[in-house]
Structures are given as structure tokens and as C-alpha cells.
Design a protein around this ligand. Structure first.
Ligand code: ATP
Ligand code: ZN
Ligand code: ZN
Length: 842
């Protein structure tokens, strides 16, 4: 038997399967999807088996074929459908197969960790043979019982024929796979307090407790009621005491403390209030009807659900998922990383309990792997997660939901530069699944596709335009909040130099008085924390990259975001020696200071990159706000998404248009989306809400249409612009970046590459200008020009933009043309990067 293996070498030259012999001892174990160690160029490298063929079928001379050296996991981590999906990814996004495969797997499966196998508890309870429906090898049970956890290799050597049984048994939980992951977070220890051993004695002592040690009495009473060990943190929080009180009781011998290993399940110990399906509004019913019919039909079908903020999209998702589970199918829900808060998780865990696996990047490697295994071992039927959860290894997916589908975080910015929406549509075809793209502000690409404005031809994964479903009203007839736009130029003329307009000031004062809450958004796109000299205009820039350094107030350090270069902040201007060098700290900090000045005693929670770096801090801040421990939630983009707090009645946008004038064709779209999303946080429950937007360009259509909650008007205007300029969705883009230390060489290679590409397009009969009015089929190559960040890490950067429309196979054309540059000698050391459907134009 021959295994075809993709070897873990991140190079184009080796981007193809290599043939290896499957040794006899591994025959029952290795299959398509297995991860193996293979000899390659004198070393043993990791690789993935993408296919198994009979020895005769190999085109390689048998004498040259080497055997697989080792098997790395008992169960193949990849499923056949995922291998197929990886091929599709590598073609569509011009990436290597190994990059595509690795994008689908949790980090724990990338390194080499020792795997052991042992009996699980349920092994003894069930009839292990009947349950696995595979013959239980003689003696295996006794041997495992005796030896405890055994290494995979030892198991294989002792029971070479047990492959089929072991795999089936792990899948259904009779056997357990364990992995030693070097993962700091996974061995977190917590202090717990053990209740008094002599309960009666403690109770007596309590009755006679001296009155002045009241706190100690409270703690002891609490511990007497406890059924088992209580985490110290919880004890302190619940009794409102400090560690020294508990310590005093420990010293007196009533309590003991012990360090225990904290569970890796980040949601363990948290009880989620079970929720029942809500009776749906008419709008929700109508939408659900379509989705359910589609799930039942098991035809791959995408829907675009355009539901205004607060229209109850989540309840529709929940009931659609229920349908899926009733049919024995699984569901994937994607949520933008940043809104994957406990509030969001709670909604899914509350309805489906342990059937939910949660995947996001704030989990440690070990935690993520545990959640992933829940899916693979069929212990979870619903995966809720950020972008990469779209690769959840389910067997039969019935439904994939992408909430806030317009979010740019669904596009991965490193290779493979995939978009989760396109992956979902492709997976839907494999599984006969329904896709629901939900948003209050759908991306122009999705909206245009759904309304058949599709002059760009093949969309996304190739055809299958989504059907448009709409929920134009909020639940329970609640009104959309009125939006006031304040012209900040007039404020300045009127003598108001503060960053708050009189309207916003009055609104905040009003909320403080009534004990209601406000959300303040500072649009930070295009805003940065930099250093500038007020005398000579000097700005601190990175010596290796053409970009300003970012100022970090906490450490008083200037840092480059691209290469990591850092230096101490200067006290005088390095250029003119003036003292008037100013540090423009994060905008949010300034707003916070101003709030404290204007409203003494105001309680502000600030949420930005500085306050949310620590794991779990984002959640903690939101929880505090939800418990009304603050009057104002102040933050960047983070506060705009998915929050649902009943006492928020005012939303203020401090500076609406910082993102409006960026040299990016999506800047109006992003501004409109941000304003609409943040406005949607107000008045979602009984209390009516209000929104104040401060702007220096109040006449701009993105702001005007956001003011009137008028998505359709925005889209009409924006599409007209895109058509006139020849931008997506009227065409499609591929960005090719090139970099090298030497500018002349880069220029030469860049020009040659662009010319080759033009020639190829010409030969294919598609070369031509692409704008809103050009013909149905054309491809144009713009550039090369210097990238907006013209130098990074001491390398000069150029870029070419490929624009095309109609059914032009642009990626094929590009792949062919770029091959001698990336793999052969033509590139002369220039690094090439390809971004299909780029989101970051800057
Ligand atoms: N059928 C219903 N009956 C009563 N309340 C409902 C119903 N459906 C949803 N709700 C409530 O309405 C509120 C808004 O719903 P939800 O958060 O799902 O809106 P959304 O459409 O996701 O909005 P956004 O895009 O702003 O996140 C929630 O508090 C939810 O519990
Ligand atoms: Zn730098
Ligand atoms: Zn100066």
C-alpha cells in the first residue's frame, strides 16, 4: 500500500503529494487524513496522508519509495471532506496545500506531542465490542486495564491489528486519547478552601464566636454550608472578605487551603440558565420557514438574512439549529472574534448545553484542542467560534451560520488568506448544508449577489447566489433609536472647544441623573498613538519600516507594529531639541480624562487594546458594565458589536468620520456599518434609546443614511460609486505584493512580472480596462507601484493589483505566470505574496 503524503515544508517547489510505503505494521492504522512522520531530505518531517493507493498505482519506482516512519495520532485528524476542501482552498487562494491543511487544525496538532491511549470510564459500563461494532482484540482490554495510559507506539506494537477497533472506540468515547501539551495555561493552579473536617466542633465554635471577629464568623458559616471545596476567589467574592480573614481561620485550624489544578474547560463550573424557544414574531417565523425548508431538503443553499439591529436574528439562529439537531445534523455558528463574549456564548450554551463546543483564540492551545475533540468525537453537535471554526470536523453539517457577515475579521490576513463566507459556501456543497449569512449591514458583495447585481460573474465559491431574507423591524414593535448628527464645525464656531458637543454633553448628564447607561464609541480607524513635535513637525518613525511608531503610555516606549522595533520615548525633539514634543496617547484615554473632568465621580469602563490584552479582560469589563457597575462604556470598535444591555439608552459617537477618508474603497461602507451597529446598541429593551453622532462631514451619505437607518439608500449610493470607479462588486481584485532589500532589483523583477501577466491576459484574449462600464469579460493589471507602507523590516515593497470581471479564471492565469517567479530563478530572491479578494488594501 502506498500513502500519498503532503509534507510539512512551506515551499512551492514541494507543494505536491509524495509517495511513501505503508509498512505492514501500520496498515490497519494509516488512512487518508492521518498525520505521519516521513523521511524527507535526510530528516523525519511531519506530513498528512491525502490518499492511499495500491502499490501498483504509484508512478514512482518502488525501489525509491521509502516507508512511513511513524504514526502521530491514533485517529486521523482530517476527514476526507476536509482534504478535498484544502485542495479547493489552495487553488482559489493560491496557497500551498500544507498551509491549507494546517489552517484547518488546532495548534496542538502542529507540534509533536506524545500521545497516549487509555480506557475511559464508559468502557466498563457499556459492552465495548457491541458499541464499537468492531471486534475487540483478544487481551486488549485486560492489557489496557493493567497498564493504564499507554503510548500509541507501544499499543501499536503490542496489538498491530487493533487499528480499526482503537479508532472506532476513540470516536465513541470508549477509549481516550491524551496529549501532553506544553501549555502553560493548561496547568493553571487555583487555591481552594476545604470545609472544616470537624463540622460539629466548628458549629459549636461558631455559636460562641466573639462578636468583634464578625468577618471570620461569616466565612466559617459560609464554609459550614459548603458541600465541598470552594475556590478561594469565590469565597472572597461571596463573603466580601479579604485573604487575611481566611488565613486567620486556617491558622486557627478550622479551614485548610489546597492548590488544585484548574479545569481546562473554560466554561466548566459555570451554569448556564437553560432557555426555552421564544414564541417567534411574524417576521422571524417567515424567515425561519425558509431556512427550515432548506435544512430539510438538504440542498446546499445560501441565504442572506438582512435583519436590523435588535430584530431577533439570534432567536432565528437558535431555532434553526434546533431543527438541525432534530434531524441528526450538526451546525456551525461563526461570530466575529471580538463579539464572542460570554453573553453570546451563553445564548447558545443556554439553549443547547453541553452539545456546544466553543472555539476562539483566547483559549489556550490545550483548551482549544479539547473543544475540537468534542466535535470530532461527536460529543458536541454545535460549534460556536471565530473564523477558523468553519473547519470544525463534523460529519454531516446541516447548517452554517455566519453572524455579522460583513465583518472583515472573517477574512484571514495570513496565508491561506481565505474568507470564511466562501469556505462556508463550499462546505455547504459538500454536505448539502444551508448557509445563513446574517447582518444588519450586509457587505456590499453579499447584498449585490443576493439581489442579482452580479456583473462580476462567478461569486465566492462559484455560483450559488444567496437568497435575500429580510427582518426590517425590531422585536415587539420597538422603534429604532432616533439619531442626531451634530456638526462639530458649528460647535467650534459656537465657541465649544471640548470634544463633546452640547447635545452629547446634555445627553450624558441626563443619563447620569436617571441612573441609565451610555456607550461611547471613538472611531479609531485612521487614528493612532504617535509622537509629534509641535515646533518642527517631526514625527517618530521606525528606522526599518516607513511607518510612524506607536506610543505605549504604560511603558513609555515607542514601538513599531510591523517589525517590533522599540525605543524609549524621547524627552526632547530629536530633530530640533524643542521641549514641545507631544505624545498623542490613545484617543480613548483622552476621552476618559475629559469625562472625569466634566462629570466628577463618573464611573467609566474603558475598553480598547490597552485594557483588553489580558486573557478574559474583555469579558470581565462587559460583565461589570452589565451589572451596572459603570455609567459609561467607552471604547473603540469593540463596543459596537453584539452587545445587548437593557439600561443602555444613549449611544454617542465621538468622532464619526476618522475612517471616512482612508484611501480604501471600503471606507464609506465600513463607516456606515460601524455607525449603524453602534447605534443599534441603544434602546433594545423597554427603555427607549437615543444616538448622538459627532461629525466633521455630516453631509456625507454614509453618515446621512446611517442617521436614518436606511441601508437601502446607502447601498444605492455606494453601488453607484463603486460602479463609477470600477470597484467590487463590479469587479474582483487580486493583490500581489513583492518585497526585497534592494530597490533596483525589486523594480526590475516587478516590472517583468507585471508585463508577463499582461502578455498572458492578452494571449488569453481577456486583457483590457476594467471599470464600471467595460465589457463583460476583462482583466487588467495595475502597477507595480510602491505599497502604501513602502518599506517594512528593511525590505522595499511593491504591489500589483489585478482587476477583473466576468468569468475570467484570473487565479489560474496568475498561478501560471507567477510560477517561474516563485519557484524558479526569475524571482531572484523577491518574495511574492498573493491575496485573493483582499480586504486590507492599505
Ligand atoms: N420572538 C421574540 N420575542 C421576544 N423577544 C425576543 C424575540 N426574539 C428576540 N427577542 C429579544 O430581542 C432582543 C434582540 O434580539 P437579538 O439580540 O437576537 O437581535 P439581533 O437581530 O441579533 O441584533 P444585532 O444585529 O443588533 O445583534 C434580545 O433581547 C432578544 O432576547
Ligand atoms: Zn518597523
Ligand atoms: Zn522638533
Amino acid at each position: 500500500m502506498i500513502a500519498r503524503v503532503i509534507v510539512d515544508v512551506p515551499s512551492r517547489q514541494t507543494d505536491r503529494p509524495f509517495d511513501y510505503e505503508v509498512p505492514l505494521a501500520l496498515e490497519g492504522w494509516v488512512e487518508a487524513g492521518s498525520r505521519v512522520g516521513v523521511p524527507f531530505g535526510g530528516r523525519v518531517l511531519q506530513g498528512f496522508v491525502v490518499g492511499v493507493i495500491p502499490s501498483e498505482a504509484s508512478e514512482v519506482d518502488m525501489s525509491k519509495i521509502k516507508p512511513i516512519a511513524e504514526l502521530l495520532d491514533p485517529l486521523p485528524p482530517l476527514r476526507p471532506d476536509l482534504i478535498e476542501l484544502a485542495s479547493w482552498l489552495s487553488v482559489k487562494y493560491c496557497c500551498t496545500m500544507i498551509a491549507a491543511l494546517q489552517a484547518m487544525l488546532p495548534a496542538a496538532l502542529k507540534g509533536k506531542a506524545e500521545r497516549t491511549v487509555r480506557l475511559s470510564e464508559s468502557f466498563e459500563e457499556q459492552e465495548p465490542e457491541a458499541a464499537a461494532a468492531v471486534l475487540l482484540p483478544d487481551g486488549l482490554r485486560e492489557w489496557l486495564r493493567r497498564s493504564g495510559p499507554v503510548k500509541l507506539d507501544t499499543l501499536r506494537e503490542r496489538f498491530p491489528d487493533a487499528g480499526a477497533y482503537v479508532k472506532a472506540a476513540i470516536r465513541i468515547g470508549l477509549l481516550e486519547e491524551q496529549v501532553a501539551i506544553r501549555d502553560k495555561v493548561s496547568i493553571r493552579k487555583v487555591q481552594t478552601v476545604i470545609p472544616p473536617v470537624d463540622r460539629e466542633g466548628a458549629a459549636e465554635a461558631l455559636a460562641a464566636w466573639p462578636a468583634r471577629a464578625g468577618k471570620q464568623r461569616d466565612v466559617l458559616a459560609f464554609m459550614l454550608d459548603a458541600e465541598g471545596p470552594v475556590p478561594l476567589q469565590k469565597l472572597l467574592a461571596d463573603t466580601g472578605t479579604t485573604g487575611s480573614t481566611v488565613k486567620a481561620l486556617v491558622d486557627k485550624g478550622w479551614l485548610t487551603m489546597r492548590e488544585v489544578e484548574a479545569s481546562r474547560d473554560p466554561y466548566a463550573g459555570r451554569t448556564f440558565q437553560r432557555t426555552e424557544p421564544l414564541p417567534l414574531t411574524e417576521g422571524q417565523q417567515e424567515v425561519l420557514k425558509w431556512i427550515v425548508a432548506s435544512i430539510d431538503a438538504r440542498e446546499p443553499k445560501p441565504y442572506l438574512l438582512h435583519g436590523v439591529t435588535g430584530s431577533g436574528k439570534t432567536e432565528v439562529y437558535l431555532q434553526a439549529i434546533q431543527r438541525c439537531l432534530d434531524q441528526g445534523l450538526q451546525a456551525i455558528v461563526l461570530v466575529p472574534e471580538i463579539s464572542l463574549t460570554p453573553q453570546m456564548v451563553e445564548r447558545f450554551k443556554g439553549r443547547f448545553g453541553d452539545a456546544v463546543a466553543v472555539l476562539h483564540s483566547r483559549l489556550s492551545t490545550g483548551e482549544r484542542y479539547d473543544e475540537w475533540r468534542k466535535i470530532r468525537e461527536r460529543r458536541a453537535q454545535v460549534a460556536v467560534g471565530a473564523r477558523s471554526a468553519i473547519f470544525a470536523p463534523f460529519e454531516s453539517i446541516g447548517l452554517m451560520i455566519i453572524d455579522e457577515e460583513h465583518e472583515s475579521s472573517y477574512k484571514q490576513e495570513e496565508s491561506p488568506k481565505y474568507h470564511a463566507r466562501d469556505v462556508a459556501i463550499m462546505r455547504a456543497k459538500q454536505h448539502g448544508a444551508t448557509v445563513v449569512l446574517g447582518s444588519a449591514t450586509p457587505s456590499l458583495e453579499s447584498f449585490a449577489a443576493a439581489t442579482a447585481v452580479r456583473p462580476s460573474g462567478n461569486n465566492g465559491a462559484g455560483g450559488g447566489a444567496p437568497l435575500l431574507l429580510a427582518m426590517p423591524d425590531r422585536v415587539a414593535g420597538r422603534p429604532m433609536p432616533p439619531v442626531t448628527v451634530v456638526d462639530m464645525r458649528e460647535e467650534l464656531q459656537g465657541g465649544n472647544r471640548s470634544m463633546f458637543s452640547r447635545t452629547l454633553y446634555a445627553g450624558l448628564a441626563d443619563r447620569l441623573e436617571r441612573g441609565e447607561q451610555s456607550v461611547l464609541l471613538l472611531n479609531r480607524r485612521g487614528y493612532s498613538t504617535f509622537v509629534m513635535c509641535r515646533s518642527c513637525g517631526y514625527t517618530a518613525a521606525c528606522p526599518h519600516c516607513d511607518i510612524s511608531l506607536t506610543y505605549h503610555q504604560k511603558t513609555r516606549v515607542l514601538r513599531c507594529h510591523y517589525c517590533g522595533h522599540s525605543e524609549n520615548a524621547p524627552s526632547a525633539c530629536p530633530s530640533c531639541e524643542s521641549e514641545h514634543i507631544r505624545f498623542f496617547g490613545t484617543g480613548t484615554q483622552k476621552v476618559e480624562e475629559e469625562l472625569a473632568k466634566l462629570f466628577p465621580g463618573i464611573r467609566v469602563i474603558r475598553m480598547d487594546v490597552d485594557t483588553t490584552t489580558e486573557k478574559g479582560s474583555h469579558e470581565k469589563l462587559l460583565k461589570q458594565f452589565g451589572e451596572r457597575k459603570a455609567d459609561v462604556l467607552l471604547g473603540t470598535q469593540m463596543v459596537a458589536k453584539g452587545l445587548d444591555f437593557p439600561y443602555v439608552t444613549l449611544v454617542g459617537v465621538v468622532a464619526a468620520d476618522t475612517s471616512l477618508h482612508l484611501p480604501d474603497f471600503r471606507s464609506a461602507e465600513r463607516t456606515f456599518q460601524l455607525l449603524t451597529q453602534v447605534a443599534g446598541r441603544a434602546g433594545r429593551h423597554e427603555l427607549p434609546g437615543e444616538v448622538v453622532v459627532q461629525s466633521y462631514a455630516p453631509e456625507h451619505y454614509a453618515i446621512q443614511t446611517a442617521q436614518h437607518h436606511d441601508y437601502d439608500a446607502f447601498v444605492r449610493e455606494e453601488l453607484a460609486h463603486r460602479r463609477a470607479m470600477g470597484y467590487p462588486p463590479y469587479c474582483r481584485l487580486i493583490l500581489v505584493t513583492m518585497s526585497h532589500e534592494q530597490l533596483p532589483l525589486l523594480t526590475e523583477v516587478g516590472d517583468r512580472f507585471a508585463q508577463r501577466l499582461r502578455d498572458a491576459a492578452l494571449a488569453a484574449g481577456v486583457y483590457g480596462r476594467v471599470d464600471g462600464t467595460s465589457g463583460p469579460r476583462a482583466l487588467d493589471v495595475l502597477g507595480p507601484v510602491a505599497s502604501p507602507i513602502a518599506r517594512m523590516k528593511d525590505r522595499y515593497r511593491f504591489q500589483c493589483m489585478i482587476k477583473y470581471r466576468g468569468n475570467v479564471d484570473a487565479t489560474a492565469l496568475l498561478r501560471e505566470t507567477i510560477r517561474p517567479f516563485m519557484e524558479g530563478s526569475e524571482g531572484r530572491g523577491v518574495q511574492f505574496g498573493i491575496d485573493v479578494d483582499p480586504h486590507m488594501i492599505l
